[in-house]
Design a protein around this ligand. Structure first.
Ligand code: FES
Ligand SMILES: [Fe+2]
Length: 422
């Protein structure tokens, strides 16, 4: 599948040089808006409202980069599948007969109908509900009724999306030529090993629909300036909510006490620092407040230790891949956050909770205790992001000055504007 084909269709809809936001009495082009961005400030309103900018984001970001689709534990058996849906795209993520994980575009090669209508399930064949063309689990067309003699089934398999597994995490890209994950794999191999990325399972997930542009959701995730005022529960556990000077003191104490069993060294090809051709990624480890073990009520442990860990050392690791997928790794569980754009004015945040794969619900972990912190925190995030969009929509919104606790947000904005420029 080529993203160039999509590009063509978008170009038809767009008059070249057309103003990005004529509705606002502002006739600057997208290029001018990018050029006019003032570092150290939030972005102008058009970036959060304009459908034309969103179309360019689809081409330059969503159809190019890697995004978390799900986890191998969701599809243990041949024929198990689930749908990953983003914007106008629907992808069937499926386990084949030889145990591979594949991703097929949910677009019939006959006249384009969605093939899988269920969000998840098990199928022996993928049969289109419209005229019954059938595809095998590898996406090959195996039967098509009453077609002409010269019809070549071998040329009519389902379009494939690229798939890469990072441990059991399934990442997909809709590009023919996505950025490479090789640098990240080489750099973070020891981290994946320590936390047992190959030996986790998905314990729970929850979708939070957000009536706001996707960037407000991602930006919110990039900064903890809002944590103390907006997330009391989080701020009682995580040192990141502290002012930078206090946080630095605590981190120094934590590093002095560390036995080196978990990687402390930061690895940052974060957004604007990724090398050309590489996907952006980041790893870092931050202390929790003193006495806290995990991201749960009272900082208590809520599941068996992950991977090779032997103890709770009062810290949690952050890990991100690409612009939309983020992870917070406590010593006993991992929480994944995926931001999915659905339109220029709506997105969702999908939250995933992972535990080690031999942990048993009810015996080793309790779902309510496991999910409490990030359920309550994401509910508050949803509310503050939606309120943020309402204000950004006002005629009186102007870009505002960022604080020193919003340095990662600045990194995201730099990366975003460069990606939009293309
Ligand atoms: S559209 Fe799928 S078989 Fe016709
Ligand atoms: Fe938040």
């Amino acid at each position: 599948m080529s993203t160039d084909k999509w590009n063509l269709s978008f170009k038809v809809q767009r008059k070249s040089g057309m103003a990005a936001a004529e509705w606002n009495g502002d006739n600057r082009t997208i290029e001018q808006l990018i050029e006019d961005y003032q570092p150290g400030y939030s972005m102008e309103q058009q970036f959060y409202r304009d459908p034309e900018i969103y179309q360019r984001e689809i081409e330059n970001i969503f159809l190019k980069h890697w995004i978390l689709a799900g986890h191998v534990s969701q599809i243990p058996n041949a024929g198990d599948f689930f749908l990953f849906e983003m914007d106008r795209e629907s992808v069937i993520v499926i386990r084949t007969r030889d145990g591979e994980v594949r991703a097929h575009l949910n677009v019939c090669r006959h006249r384009g109908s969605h093939i899988c209508l269920e969000k998840q399930g098990n199928a022996k064949l993928l049969t289109c509900p419209y005229h019954a063309w059938s595809f095998d689990l590898d996406g090959n067309l195996v039967s098509a009724r009453l077609m002409a003699e010269d019809f070549d089934k071998s040329q009519n398999g389902l379009h494939a999306a690229k798939v890469e597994l990072v441990g059991g995490l399934i990442f997909i890209s809709l590009s023919d030529n996505p950025p490479s994950l090789a640098t990240m794999r080489k750099d973070l191999g020891d981290v994946f090993d320590t936390f047992g990325f190959d030996h986790m399972k998905l314990a729970a997930s929850k979708t939070f629909p957000i009536a706001a542009n996707w960037k407000l959701a991602v930006e919110n995730y990039q900064e903890c300036y809002h944590c103390t005022p907006s997330h009391q529960e989080y701020a009682k556990i995580h040192a990141l909510a502290l002012a930078p000077e206090k946080f630095a003191e605590l981190k120094e104490d934590y590093l002095a006490a560390s036995d080196g069993s978990v990687r402390q060294e930061e690895s940052s090809c974060y957004f604007d620092r990724a090398k050309p051709g590489d996907e952006g990624y980041q790893y870092g480890r931050n202390p929790l407040l003193k006495g806290m073990k995990s991201g749960a009520l009272g900082g208590e442990a809520v599941a068996p230790l992950l991977g090779k860990l032997k103890r709770h050392d009062g810290a949690a690791s952050e890990f991100m891949v690409g612009p939309l997928s983020f992870f917070l790794i406590y010593n006993d569980h991992m929480v994944g956050y995926r931001f999915v754009p659905n339109s220029h004015e709506t997105c969702s945040c999908d939250v995933f909770w992972f535990v080690r794969d031999d942990a048993v619900e009810g015996r080793d972990y309790d779902l309510e205790k496991l999910t409490w912190l990030w359920d309550i925190t994401t509910q508050s995030d949803e509310e503050i992001i939606v309120n943020n969009q309402k204000g950004v929509d006002s005629h009186f919104y102007r870009p505002g000055r960022l604080s020193k606790m919003e340095y990662f947000e600045q990194s995201f904005l730099n990366w975003y504007l460069a990606a939009l420029k293309g």
